[in-house]
Design a protein. Structure first.
Lengths: 140, 835
């Protein structure tokens, strides 16, 4: 569970409290895949590699995305040009910059929130840390 | 836990009895309490001649040994011991006078001595951060001035005369800017082409085109040039200048044959593609590169072969220690005043009227009347949220100038000025208003929402006359719109290149609206004239001279006193952007982590690492307080703040903790102490460089140590000396409050904004806060009564017993749920009898 060093310092003094969100406390990352355009900015700014760009494009995700979203549009376009679009992820050539699937690994996330601040598509939200779980019995 | 004292030896504490002014301190006990931690020497008063001589000997006997003076506060000590400090003796200060004895009850020697002992112990354990001189190295002496209007040219000329090589970069082919192009200017009613005269020329001012100052060997003028890029750091910039060719060379004798043969009509009316403007007299002729077809007829016609089409644009890099943005402002674009019928026949702007006035002068000589009634509409598009929100400050004076001129030229002409307020603030400006009245100009209070046209194509102005409270319909021959000024075109890109911030109106933001009108948010980049907001010539020339002196002082400076800059621990920094975003001085950079740099667990090898530029860092501590990974070390460490907190509050019953910055709030608290404004001894103060250093961790720790209340005192609202320290502190306080509330341990917390003017109220404020925090209804009632007497009942309700009866229900709940009492008070539940 993401919790920064400073969040830990706070919790050491306030065992059992839940932390509000604020500069440097740490946050929980929620990704809204339907808004993601796959630009990879989050992967570029992520300090720990918790967000990473995959070499594969998850076509199924595109096709399942709701209409009106960027991914949904792409899915619809795909359906128009291909009779049987592949259901499995397909490799993306290296020169294609966007469109990639972003893989987020919560286990590596430290909750700094850099990705949420830098996401151009507003596809990442930083929520207050779920601190009670984060303490993990780490008392004062 | 504590930072090791320097130079091994125990620190020397000079315990000062301050000539018996501290009767509530038990000095033998104080000395005994420190035994073992420091060597204590007592004296009646150390600041006397004899005492200072002893200190000098002591300092000379053991160089490097810390000397802590326990007595008066730092500001007072700095003055009393000035000569010692100037000789290089380093004195640390433990303030047991203004910070303890003088402000606490006279009769409670036990508690006051206990607090003084704790202050001393904290001072002994944690050395004051050294105030060292930060050397910049030598700053480059060149200056790049952007903009060759009156402001830029005057500043450039003055800087050149002070001995700085100056590059004056002007976008147009001619110097002089807007002031030279408009005819006459107020308040002198002559041209705006003057520069201060040089010593070589008699008089106080000379025209641009005759002024020898422009030929100063230190001055390089880049015409038709723009600044393309700025790199480097304050004192050592590299500026890329791009210059377009002038086509016409210096050989030109201004015979005008080229203009006769030129077949191209330029964008400005009545002008050929090759043209002349006689503003500054150095370049007399140039080619409009946008319309020129390069047919070559002018070159063939030129008798002196002064036309050279083979020149190409060039790009030059120059070094500079400082930059000056003097790009001026521009008349508002038409979209801002089209709602007033601009574009319809009979509706023009003041600028266009100025152009017509020259022709009208000829008509006046013939006894003809070009218009019977002229209506001027002030604030056309200005002070209007939909258009230009700011006041352009010049339009009132321009309207007055033109109205007087019209009335003088044509006594039969009726001139009406529709205005909201006439803003004639300036030396002698009000006389213009009076002169206009005398000249018979009609002033009509109220501006029309629109200008219509009647069947014959004449403008109709329907306006609410506010003074007479009736509607008026005017049918003038001419409507003149007094339009405002807006930031010069391209200011956005320039601001980006320079890295300076712009204000809400789009002009270049000045660093401080009260004290530093020519500095920008970037050190080494200055601004003067209308680039930071529309200004009249007198202000522009004053600012130009001021900025020249300021740049001169900046370039001459070799260093500044500062505490040690903050440092990033690469072993803990994960390379997020928190510090980068929050640093008010742009001192933080994120760069790829070097291969050999340590990195915290779980962080990728290809990650980023924050670095702090010591030249930019002002050691405010905002980054150290907010770093998620506690990776930034400030010269006042977290261990020190938490340690001081422990020393000051351990075993104290219900202490009230106050954090304050050593800038404005420090001055207010220090002065309050000088006034001996007393407050309870359970108040424990911790000084910080800036409240930005304060972290939620510190606040929570204070609460955990049993603090009954915590207050944080920073500089006056919006006046933080480190720009954003109070914002950061407010955010940290919110965090701490919410976290504490979640844990069910709410403690009253307040953020105060203090400045030296508050000195008389600080003591009372602290007493009130303590009484509220402790729920001491008796004291609170007494304080409320006192406030009623002082404010004459304006602040509280004198007749209402509830107001004087202690914390009301609203405040009690506010304290319980962690909101500040002030906020609860805003709810209006304080005094029921008002309903």
């Amino acid at each position: 569970m993401p919790l920064t060093e400073r969040g830990r310092e706070l919790l050491r003094r306030l065992p059992g409290a839940s932390l509000p969100q604020g500069p440097g406390v740490g946050c929980e990352i929620v990704r809204h895949e339907e808004r993601c355009v796959g630009c990879g900015t989050c992967a570029r700014v992520c300090p720990t590699g918790a967000s990473a760009r995959s070499d594969l494009l998850d076509v199924g995700q595109l096709l399942a995305a709701p209409a009106g979203t960027r991914r949904g549009e792409l899915g619809a376009a795909l359906r128009r040009i291909m009779r049987h679009p592949p259901r499995d992820p397909v490799p993306v050539p290296p020169r294609v910059v966007t469109l990639r699937t972003i893989v987020y690994d919560a286990g590596r996330c430290r909750g700094c929130g850099a990705c949420a601040r830098s996401c151009p598509a507003d596809a990442i939200t930083a929520l207050p840390p779920r601190a009670a779980e984060a303490t993990g019995g780490d008392g004062p | 836990m504590s930072a090791a004292p320097t130079a091994g030896a125990r620190p020397l504490v000079l315990l000062c009895e301050c000539a018996g002014t501290m009767p509530n301190l038990d000095f033998p006990r104080l000395a005994a309490e420190l035994d073992g931690e420091a060597e204590v020497r007592r004296d009646g008063y150390w600041c006397g001649r004899r005492g200072q001589a002893v200190i000098r000997e002591l300092a000379a006997a053991a160089p490097g040994r810390r000397i802590v003076l326990a007595g008066c506060g730092r500001d007072f000590a700095a003055r009393r011991f000035r000569r010692l400090l100037d000789r290089g003796v380093r004195l640390e200060v433990a303030d047991i006078r203004e910070g303890c004895s003088w402000v606490h009850p006279v009769d409670d020697a036990d508690a006051v001595t206990d607090k003084a002992a704790r202050i001393l112990r904290a001072a002994v354990r944690w050395p004051e951060p050294a105030d060292d001189r930060l050397a910049f190295g030598r700053r480059r002496q060149e200056v790049v001035v952007i903009g060759g209007g009156v402001a830029g040219t005057q500043a450039a000329v003055e800087l050149a005369q002070m001995g700085h090589p100056v590059h004056l970069v002007e976008r147009r082919p001619f110097l002089g800017g807007r002031a030279a192009r408009i005819g006459t200017v107020f308040p002198t009613n002559d041209c705006g082409q003057c520069l201060p005269a040089t010593e070589a020329q008699p008089g106080t001012r000379k025209c641009f085109h005759r002024n020898l100052a422009l030929d100063h060997p230190n001055l390089t003028v880049w015409r038709r040039a723009t600044v393309e890029a700025v790199e480097g750091r304050p004192g050592d910039f590299t500026v890329t200048i791009r210059q377009l060719p002038n086509v016409v060379t210096d050989a030109c004798v201004n015979c005008g044959r080229c203009e006769e043969v030129c077949p191209v009509e330029a964008s400005e009316p009545g002008r050929r593609a090759i043209f002349s403007e006689l503003y500054d007299g150095r370049v007399v002729r140039t080619v409009d590169l946008e319309t020129c077809t390069f047919c070559g007829r002018c070159a063939a016609a030129c008798p002196v072969e002064a036309i050279d089409f083979t020149q190409s644009p060039r790009r030059v890099k120059v070094a500079a220690g400082a930059l000056l943005a003097a790009v001026g402002c521009e008349p508002a674009r038409r979209q801002h005043f089209e709602y007033l019928g601009y574009g319809k026949p009979g509706v023009i702007t003041q600028v266009e009227l100025a152009e017509r006035l020259d022709e009208w002068e000829a008509l006046a000589a013939l006894g003809r009347l070009p218009a019977r009634h002229v209506v001027m509409v002030q604030c056309a598009g200005s002070r209007d949220r939909r258009h230009l929100p700011h006041c352009s400050r010049l339009c009132c004076m321009i309207a007055l100038k033109h109205a007087i001129r019209l009335r003088t030229l044509f006594p039969e002409m009726k001139v009406t000025i529709c205005y909201l307020e006439m803003r004639t603030a300036g030396v002698g400006y009000e006389n213009w208003f009076l002169a206009a009245r005398q000249a018979g100009v009609e002033f009509l209070r109220g501006t029309p929402p629109e200008v219509q046209t009647d069947g014959r194509g004449r403008p109709v102005v329907e306006v609410e006359d506010v003074t007479a409270a009736r509607k008026r319909v005017l049918r003038p021959d001419l409507v003149v719109l007094s339009t405002g000024m807006e930031p010069a075109a391209g200011i956005e890109e320039l601001a980006d290149r320079l890295g300076v911030q712009r204000d809400v109106d789009g002009f270049i933001d000045i660093l401080d609206r009260k004290n530093r009108a020519t500095e920008t948010s970037v050190e080494g980049v200055f601004v003067c004239g209308s680039a930071s907001g529309p200004k009249a010539l007198i202000e522009v020339t004053t600012e130009a001279s001021a900025v020249a002196t300021e740049i001169h002082a900046f370039l001459a400076s070799r260093g500044r006193r500062t505490t040690a800059p903050s440092e990033v621990d690469p072993g803990r920094c994960v390379g997020c952007d928190t510090c980068l975003r929050l640093c008010p001085f742009g001192a933080v950079a994120l760069a790829p982590r070097p291969q050999d740099a340590p990195r915290p667990e779980g962080v990728a090898a290809a990650s980023l690492l924050a670095t702090i530029d010591p030249g930019h860092c002002r050691a405010c501590g905002i980054c150290a307080a907010t770093c998620p990974e506690l990776a930034i070390r400030h010269n006042v460490s977290d261990e020190e703040i938490l340690g001081r907190l422990a020393v000051l509050t351990d075993g104290v019953e219900a202490p009230v903790v106050g954090f304050y910055c050593r800038e404005c709030a420090g001055a207010a608290i220090g002065l309050s102490g000088q006034r001996r404004d007393r407050y309870p001894a359970n108040v424990r103060l911790i000084e910080l460089p800036c409240v930005g250093r304060l972290s939620a961790v510190h606040l929570v720790e204070a609460a955990r140590r049993g603090a009954a209340g915590v207050f944080v005192a920073g500089c006056a609202e919006g006046r933080c000396q480190y720009r954003r320290g109070d914002e950061s502190a407010a955010e940290q306080m919110r965090l701490a409050r919410e976290a504490l509330a979640a844990a069910g341990e709410a403690v009253p917390m307040e953020l105060w904004h203090l400045c030296a003017a508050d000195r008389a109220g600080v003591g009372r404020r602290i007493r009130l806060f303590v009484a509220r925090a402790l729920g001491d209804s008796e004291t609170l009632a007494a304080l409320e009564r006192e406030a009623t007497l002082v404010d004459g009942g304006a602040n509280g309700c004198a007749g209402c017993p509830a107001a004087a009866a202690g914390p009301t229900a609203g405040e009690a709940t506010a304290a319980a749920d962690g909101r500040g009492p002030d906020r609860a008070r805003e709810g209006g539940e304080r005094c029921g009898c008002r309903a």
